[in-house]
Design a protein around this ligand. Sequence first.
Ligand code: CUA
Length: 350
Amino acid sequence: MLTACVSTRLTQRMRRGSILSLVGLGIVAGGIATAVALLVTWLPPVASKERARIDGVFWFTVIICIAIFALVAAVLLYSVFKFRAAPDDDSDGPPIHGNTTLEIVWTLIPTLLVTAIGIYSAVVLSENDKLGKNVFRVNVTAQQFAWSFSYPEAHNLTTGILRLPVNRSVQLELKSLDVIHSFWVPEFGQKEDTVPGLKTTLHITPDKVGSYDIICTELCGLGHATMRSQVIVMPDAAFDKWLKSQTKATTSPSTSVSGAAVFKNQPCGSCHTLTAAGTTGKVGPDLDKLQQYATQAKQPLESFIRTSITDPNAYTQPGYPKNVMPPFASLPKDQLDALVQYLVQSSKKG
Ligand code: CUA
C-alpha cells in the first residue's frame, strides 16, 4: 500500500518535470523562430490594399508554422536528451504497433489548420478581385523585352513607365505580343501572366505614393533580366495634371512633341547611356556614340537611328547582345520623328 502510494507520487512528479521541460524547450524554440520572423525584413514595403490583405494571410500562416515548429522542436530535443541510448547499446528499440488516438489527433489538427488557411485565402482572393468605384483602366502590353502602358482615359496615350493615381481602383488589362511574360510589382504583392492570344487582368489599389520597380517574373528569353520598368504612384491632383498635359501633347497637332519627353516616357534609359538625358544604362549600346556606330555600319546617321528604333535587329553593334531590344515600330509617327531628331541633335553635340 505504502510503496504503491510513493510510486504514484513519484510518477506524478516525473510527469510534471517532463511537461515543464517540454514547455520550456517549446518557448525557447518558438522564441527563436519568432525573432527570425520579426527581426529580419523579409518582405518589401506594402504599397497596395491587396498586398496588405495578402500579408494578413502570410502572417496567419507564419504564426501557425511557428507554433507547430515549437511543438515539434520541443519533443525532438526532449527525446534526444532524455532517451539517448548508451554508446554501447546495439539492441533494437521496443516494437510499437501504432496509437489510434495519436494518429487521429495528428491528422485532425493539420486538416483544421490547412482548411482555415484555405478559407482565409479564398476570402482575401475574392476581396482583392472586387473592383472599387471609378475604376481606372490601363492596357499593358508585354513584348521581348519591354513593357508599354496605354491609357484609354487619355486617348490611348502610350508610355514605357506606368503612372497611377493613389487610392484608386486600377484594372490592368494585360496582353503579350510574343511569349509568356509576367507582371510583378513586389510592393503591390501580386503577379499576373501575360499570355499570347489571351487577355488577362489584374486589379490593384495602390495606397502609397512612390516609385516602384516593375519586374518580368517569367523567363522569356535572352533579355528577360532586362525586362524591367517603373510604376510611379502619384497623388490625385498631380496625376490628373500629368494626364491632362500628356493628353494635350498627343492630341493637339500644333504642340510639337518633345524628343526628350519621348525618350523619358519610353524605357530607353534603362538600357542605354545618354548623357543629354542623364541615363546610364549599360545593357545596350552607348547612345553618346551613335555617330561612331553609324560610321561603322556605313549608314547615314539619321536613317541609322530610325532603323535602330523600329527594326533594332537589322544591325547589332558588335560587342552587344543580339535580339534583345524590342522593335518600337508602334510608336506614333510624330513621337518617333521627335525621338530620332533628339538623338541626331545629341549625337552632333557630343
Ligand atoms: Cu518578359 Cu521575362
